[in-house]
Design a protein around this ligand. Structure first.
Ligand code: IDP
Ligand code: MG
Length: 149
């Protein structure tokens, strides 16, 4: 089954949105298979956002993501990578649709609440960057046959 890496960024934690955000993925029917609170190191932040190393916003982005704890998670389910990106909304919260997390809760691109992997290869890379295999739990929700046909 497909898996994605999601992180509620320090702004989402500080603003008390952790429960609201997790509830959206839970109630959709996706399965939480790993979760931890992390005060991110410089090294991990630079690896995670490595693709943006040359961008002018990179130092500020790394400073922000290491400034305070975030919630790192792995979610599992059919089509979860693309579905999570839809639930999250566009990168710039002012362009994000109503009803999405960024659309409801954000204004500035550098305070956009949540991260989600954008493709299968980035999901694989990010999951192994943030979690050991022991931290990812295989379990079967008893409602599975009421979520999937
Ligand atoms: P994504 O989070 O929607 O995948 P990316 O383009 O991968 O967006 O950018 C990663 C993160 O870098 C964004 O979520 C945002 O926090 C930050 N970022 C992207 N573009 C800008 C910018 O122009 N100014 C400040 N921060 C930015
Ligand atoms: Mg991205």
């Amino acid at each position: 089954m497909e898996r994605t890496f999601l992180a509620i960024k320090p702004d989402g934690v500080q603003r008390g949105l952790v429960g609201n955000i997790i509830a959206r993925f839970e109630s959709k029917g996706f399965k939480l298979v790993a979760l931890k609170m992390v005060k991110v190191s410089q090294e991990l932040a630079e690896k995670h956002y490595g693709e943006h190393k040359e961008r002018p916003f990179f130092p500020g982005l790394v400073q922000f993501i290491t400034s305070d704890p975030l919630i790192a998670m792995v979610w599992e389910g059919k089509g979860v990578i693309a579905a999570a990106r839809k639930i999250i909304g566009a990168t710039n919260p002012l362009n994000a649709d109503n009803g999405t997390i960024r659309g409801e809760f954000g204004i500035d691109v550098g305070r956009n609440i949540i991260h989600g992997s954008d493709a299968q290869d980035t999901a694989d890379r990010e999951i192994s960057l943030w979690f050991t295999s022991e931290e990812i739990i295989s379990w079967q929700p008893s409602v599975t046959s009421w979520v999937y046909e």
